[in-house]
Design a protein around this ligand. Structure first.
Ligand SMILES: Cc1cc2nc3c(=O)[nH]c(=O)nc-3n(C[C@H](O)[C@H](O)[C@H](O)COP(=O)(O)OP(=O)(O)OC[C@H]3O[C@@H](n4cnc5c(N)ncnc54)[C@H](O)[C@@H]3O)c2cc1C
Length: 342
């Protein structure tokens, strides 16, 4: 294991924002992980883990601690008891989309709608990644994580993870106490439960005259749609959706509809609805706006972009302005989805 000093995190995150980390290391084995943790304890340094760096914003020019990039690799399969199920485990450092591609090439169903989400397998449970009507939790079986205090490996079942909308135990109580090592998914080998009703997936498939799509055809469609709608972080630094879609009580929706009768919403229970944050932001006039080095994406206002040499502070400050304006107009407090490093 090599510990480097004064490393700029810029190329390890998709926002491509500069922050000098006092110490930085990449770990490929459990032994290296333990060595890195010993180094942090001996030197009384805070530790920060990163995977693909696609959901993180460093807001300061320096980080006075040890950044550990988790590069544990490997994919393993164990056949389940039922003949149409398979259990596939990915080590934390496997790239998420390569893992999805591996499963689809074997005709294992469950993850196809989550194609092309950036990041790694080990980070997928942290905010329970989701897209096109599917969440990671829908195929999740269990995960292994190292307890940073006891240094014991613990197994977390579905219930232990406390998954919610872009939430889990690891984004809340478990934050800073665990590093995820491996995630196991329960996938189908036949009679796949396809989810095609969300957004325009089926319309697009129909356009191509595909009525009974294969997993590969769904994946290709989703990749094409995502490429059309979302900025490529390699071209324009970003971390995907910066904000979560807010969940509000129905009585509040009724009030907002007095002024905005066409407000879109999804009913999630008898008492609550989810609103598209993109629509709220668009109504504040922020869509497509630029301020210096930062901007709000012109097609997808949930995405804040680094126009070249933005600092983390500039992006954070833009997010504050948007939160304030949405609050002023709708009395709704937007929550950030991206992990902010203060
Ligand atoms: C263009 C674009 C599109 C996106 N689209 C979506 C989408 O459709 N749906 C969606 O849900 N998300 C989306 N995202 C967000 C992002 O891809 C996901 O949140 C992804 O899971 C982050 O993975 P990562 O490996 O990059 O995490 P990182 O950014 O590296 O880390 C995220 C958090 O996890 C912590 N962490 C890192 N590794 C570990 C570990 N092994 N154990 C414990 N903690 C750890 C970090 O400290 C940080 O707090 C998008 C991002 C981009 C840039």
């Amino acid at each position: 294991m090599i510990i480097q000093e004064n490393i700029d995190i810029k190329k390890f995150t998709t926002f491509h924002v500069s922050a000098i980390c006092r110490f930085f290391t990449e770990i490929f084995t459990l032994e290296e992980l333990n060595e890195a943790l010993n180094f942090s304890v001996n030197n009384k340094l805070p530790v920060l883990f990163i995977g693909g760096g696609s959901n993180i914003l460093f807001t300061n020019k320096t980080f006075n601690g040890l950044v550990i990039k988790v590069n544990l690799k490997g994919i393993q399969e164990t056949l389940g008891n039922h003949n149409n199920q398979v259990f596939v485990s990915g080590m934390a450092g496997e790239n998420w989309d390569s893992f999805v591609s591996y499963c689809i090439n074997k005709n294992y169903g469950g993850l196809e709608n989550l194609s092309l989400i950036p990041g790694n397998v080990g980070t997928s449970p942290i905010q329970n990644i989701g897209a096109y009507g599917v969440e990671m939790k829908d195929s999740f079986y269990q995960l292994k994580a190292l307890n940073l205090t006891t240094r014991e490996i613990e197994i977390f079942s579905f219930d232990d993870c406390n998954f919610g909308y872009r939430e889990s135990f690891f984004k809340n109580e478990g934050r800073n106490n665990y590093v995820i090592l491996e995630v196991t998914f329960q996938l189908t080998t036949k009679k796949h439960k396809l989810k095609l009703s969300y957004g325009d997936i089926m319309d697009e498939l129909n356009k191509d005259k595909i009525s009974e799509p294969s997993l590969k055809e769904i994946r290709n469609q989703i990749i094409a749609t995502r490429k059309r709608k979302l900025p490529d972080p390699e071209v324009l630094g970003n971390a995907g959706s910066f904000f979560k879609n807010p969940i509000i009580p129905i009585y509040q929706l009724i009030k907002i509809r007095e002024n905005y009768p066409n407000i879109p919403f999804y009913t999630i229970s008898n008492d609550f609805v989810k609103l598209p944050a993109a629509w709220l932001i668009e109504k504040t006039g922020w869509k497509g706006k630029k301020i210096g080095n930062v901007g709000v994406h012109e097609k997808q206002p949930l995405v804040l972009v680094n126009l070249g040499t933005a600092t983390g502070k500039e992006i954070f400050s833009l997010s504050n302005s948007i939160i304030e304006d949405v609050n002023k107009i709708f009395n709704i407090q937007l929550e950030r989805e991206v992990n902010i490093i203060l």
